[in-house]
Design a protein around this ligand. Sequence first.
Ligand code: C2E
Ligand code: CA
Ligand code: CA
Length: 773
Amino acid sequence: MPSSRRATLRTGLMWAMGLVLAAYVTGLVLHSIGLGPVWNGWFSTLVHYWLAMLTSWLPVAVCLLAIYRVGFRRTEMLLAAAAMTAYASGFIFIVWSQVTTGSVPFPSVGDGVYLLFFPLMMAALVVTVRHHVRSLAVSVWLDCAVGSLGAAAVLAVVLSPVLDSALTGPPSSATVVALAYPMGDLLLVSAVAGIATLGDLRLGSRWGFLIAGLMVFAATDVLYALQVTKGTYLVGMPLDAGWALGPALVAMWVDGGTQDKQPTHEAGPATGATALVVSVAASVAGLGVLVAGTQTRLSRLAILLAAVTLLAATARTQLGFHLLARMADLRRRDATTDELTGLPNRRALHAEAHTRLLEPQHRRQALLMLDLDKFKEVNDTLGHHAGDELLLQVGARLGEHLRARDLLVRLGGDEFAILLDDAGHDQATAVAAKLCASLTKPFTLMDIAVHSAVSIGIALFPDDGPDLSTLLRKADTAMFKAKASGNGHHVFSGADDVDLTTRLRMVEELRTALTSDQLALYYQPKVDMRTGEVKSLEALLRWNHPTLGLLYPDSFLDVVEDAGLMHAMTRVVLRIALDQATLWQADGQPLTIAINLSASSLVDTDLPEQVASMLAARKLSPEALQLEITEEFLMADRDRARNILTRLRRHGVQISVDDFGTGYSSLSYLRDLPIDELKIDRSFVLPMVDDALAAALVASTISLAHSLDLRVVAEGVENDIAYTELTALGCDQAQGFFISRPLPAVELEHWLSNRSAAGQTSDVVTEGSGRPR
Ligand code: C2E
Ligand code: CA
Ligand code: CA
């Protein structure tokens, strides 16, 4: 059937159903006010039999069309249609007996068919709810049960006379059938009430039609049963309209099903408002029934249902309390737990310290503040995942050395704190030493052995402060001190506070240094090991501090980095180095100057263009400049590093990888980056004289670098044995105290001219004679 025809048919059927219903109701009303008898005979036959029959069959037709339109796919619609068909068929039988024999036997086959309505309708309800609910919490089912039982209890009270009269006398098939109708209604009403507690289900607006239809059915049945019991029931009165209205409403529900896309499966978590109203109402009703039972005689069923309602409501409340308590517990635990490590967090430390520091016994406490030394590097080079893993392993390892009374917390980032109970200076330092030792053993992250270390600052209670915030501040200061000294741990002392002030003052002094001429570069030559020539130098920064004298980079680079001054400092270094290169070029002595870039220069995206314009402004060729970067720079953000290096290379600037061997990069990885030179870290070169393993490492690095077409420079060459050995291994350049210490520009010029005067060239080098210092 084309869909337009189906639509027309549907509209026709709906109109017919409405008109017939209206006509039937009008007929009943006319009959009830006494107009009926005027046309008695054909009028009452028309109303009571034929119109009544149509009011039950037209809804069946509406249902069947709807089912046809959705392609017989919807079980709940099929079941509802079957229930209505049973209902309409039962009616045919009654009319048939009335017309043929003039009376209706009770019970009869018709009742059997009629009664099928209840199980079929129940099944339709169950399927509908199942469609919308995959799995519901126990609490929701309990709500549902409380609602159902409460409704059932009330209905049982209403039906008390019916139940009583049906139960007086010996039970017969007639009693059973007579009881079956109100019981069926009782079941349907309680099911509907139960479903109403699931009010948050997205059952759609048409759900109202079904509820209304079933309530009308049930109300009509109940009133009918009561009237029959009292002997007041009359056929053809407006009450009968309920049996016509009920099917029409249910048919509207089935018809509405054709508009659903698919039954929605989301059973939004019951927000509980409807459930609460229904279950409170049910409990009140159950209580009411029990109270009423003490005043008047009620059916035993009503009392029983009321009692069970209250029991179910109690169970529901119990469960509610339990859930609430658990939720509160989880909340509390969530708030005081570190998400990553599962350790207690800063809030937990505050809570615990609060109680411990206020205890009347005033036990000694030690607060240890821990900061991982290489965490940022691990995070930058191996990624955040490895960083997280490291924190987890560190947390676990720290825990191994603590007593149950000690509280270990993660403060955030790579910072941990430990509150040692009943511990003074000696116990605290002993524990700190143990923890430091334990964290120096390598960690395995992504199959790589990673070395970490920790700096621990210690503050003691009550000596260093009366409250946690004072202790935290002092432990933090002590931790900085431990970090700076590299000693692992440090107990706070009054002088440390002065250190912090010193650090702050240094930042201010550095700002001044950057704009005055306190910063200077010292130059250290790199010797070509084959020719003995010096073509390039490394520029090393020095600070002529107005009061402290000459400062080396290790004493202030940290502060520069922390204060965010690295960018400005690199610009100053570049300017001094390139100005110097210009002078040497003018003197006819062109030298390549290497300057050091810190890893944070990676964020400096216009560095390549700045370098190019600085070179151009001085009419310098790009060979005048070389940049030394560390593995840390390369690994932090590979794409960024590659981008910056490629642009620098495009301008003709050479790139050197400094301190090679101390980071996590591998030679094969370096192959993919635009690099010209490797500088083997001095920690490998220094011991190679008396350490075969170090010598072997240097040898293999040299040959691998050569296979990748990279130039190799050995730094930290301190004596002729190392120099000779490196020459034999084919190292390209050497730098170190054995050749020369870093010197101011003027002194370096002297050194260079002395050197050429002494004729120290390649021949001398191959002969292995000493180098001037
Ligand atoms: P680096 O780049 O590894 O520089 C080499 C360091 O080793 C220099 O220390 C140098 O004086 C020292 N050295 C040279 N030959 C020998 C030797 O034979 N034996 C030993 N034991 N040491 C030797 P310096 O000048 O104190 O610089 C320390 C670090 O500071 C440098 O390490 C570099 O990373 C950084 N740095 C220096 N200047 C700058 C700069 O202008 N910018 C940046 N970002 N960092 C710089
Ligand atoms: Ca360097
Ligand atoms: Ca180096």
